[in-house]
Structures are given as C-alpha cells and as structure tokens.
Write a protein that binds this ligand. Structure first.
Ligand SMILES: *Cc1c(COP(=O)(O)O)cnc(C)c1O
Length: 228
C-alpha cells in the first residue's frame, strides 16, 4: 500500500469514529507523526492531504522542517528540555508536552522575544505509569493558575498518552478522564477563553480516543509502517 492509500484508509476510520460518536469530522485533526521517516515520505503524506506534522526531536525534524516548512503546520510532541526550547519556538506552532513551570516560563520568554504566541498542551500522566511523562492530574488546576499570566503561551488543551493495551478498548478510561479534566479546567474559569483541545490517541487506539473527544490524534506507524 502506498501512503495515499494508507491515508484514505485512516481517513475512513476517523470518519467512522466521528459518526459513531456524533462528532463532526472537522473537529478532529490528524497529526502525521514523521519522526521515523524520511523527507520524501513526509512530503508524500503532506501531498496526500495531511498537513499537520508531528516530530519529537528538533535534531530529527530539522531536515524535514527546512524542506517542508511552509507546506505544513508543525507540532512538537516530544519531551522538551528547557535548553532546547530555543530550537522549537518560531518553528512549531503547537507544543504538546508542557509539564513544568520552568518550561512554561522559558517557552513564554522565547515566544515573546520572537513576538509570537505558542499554543501549548499540558501533558498529563493520567494512567500513572512510571514510564510516562506528564504531570499528575491533581497538579493541573494549580499549574493552570501559575501559568495563566505568561504572555507568550496560549493553552490549547490537554495531552496524554495511554498505556499500550493489546485490547484498544482498555484505553478508554484514560481518554475519558482527560476529557473530564479539561471540563473541570474550563469550569474553574481560570482562563478567559474556552479550552477545547484534547491531544490523545495514537495508531493503536485513535478510534477510542475520538469517541472520547480527541481533537488531535497523533498517528505514526499506521501511516508509514509496512507491518500494519
Ligand atoms: C511516536 C509518537 C506518536 C505516534 O505513535 P504511533 O503509535 O506510531 O502512531 C504519538 N505521540 C507521541 C508523543 C509519539 O512520540
């Protein structure tokens, strides 16, 4: 199967999940995660219609970003160290991995210096797995208050990674919890704007995530791997 055919198949499954859960297709954005693929494959996925691209390290993204910058919207989805913020700001319009105050402050400082505002997702470790990045759910509201007045960031939403489950259905409680946490955040009125974004769902579980309200799904292997 070529990339165009894979994209069509994924599109059908995304649409079906939207229909099943009474959601509009345009409320879900597919991020094509190109971290393991070449510039050529990334170009092909953009040509096939997926113009949101996700990368987890600037080092790996650089060649693709330089070749394809203006053709796509760039999402930084990997763990971000404070000293790497300078590589990302001005290039990526979304950061999906905000998980501490010093990082928020650095992102904001850098964004202000470039006269831009960065959309950030607060990453939460909903499942509690020790191997996962992200803040504890209990820390969300105090954290949201701490970062509220930083001028260079806009809270786009919440992000999580579900544990790998052989049975995708078992990820559902994690996605549902992230949606509830977003609703709890909105109910506090800490922010003057409504926060809609939920970045959740990967190749193995994106349909469940969509049924639970995902607005961004991050798909890598299902688009690019020959094994699926
Ligand atoms: C690699 C990666 C993905 C994509 O994973 P697949 O299972 O290949 O779809 C999604 N999100 C993050 C944060 C990743 O690092």
């Amino acid at each position: 199967m070529n990339i165009g055919e894979r994209v069509s198949q994924v599109e059908e499954r995304v649409l079906a999940a939207c229909v099943r859960s009474g959601r509009a297709r345009e409320d879900v954005t597919i991020i094509a995660v190109t971290k393991y693929v070449s510039v050529q494959e990334a170009a092909a996925v953009i040509k096939a219609g997926l113009t949101d691209i996700g990368e987890n390290r600037w080092q790996n993204a650089r060649e693709k970003w330089e070749a394809l910058e203006i053709q796509a919207e760039w999402h930084f989805i990997g763990h971000l160290q404070t000293n790497k913020v300078k590589d990302v700001i001005g290039r990526f319009s979304f950061i999906h991995s905000l998980d501490k105050l010093t990082l928020a402050e650095e992102i904001s400082r850098k964004a202000v210096s470039l006269d831009t505002v960065v959309n950030v997702f607060i990453q939460l470790n909903v499942s509690g797995e020790v191997s996962k990045n992200g803040m504890k759910p209990e820390a969300l509201i105090p954290f949201a208050e701490q970062i509220r007045d930083l001028p260079g960031i806009r809270i786009a939403g919440l992000m999580t990674m579900a544990p790998y489950e052989a049975v995708p259905e078992e990820t559902r409680p994690v996605f549902r919890r992230l949606r509830e946490l977003r609703d709890e955040l909105n109910a506090t009125n800490i922010y003057p704007y409504r926060i809609d974004g939920l970045s959740m769902g990967m190749s193995g579980d994106f349909e469940i995530a969509i049924e639970e309200g995902a607005t961004f799904v991050r798909l890598g292997s299902i688009l690019f791997s020959n094994e699926i």
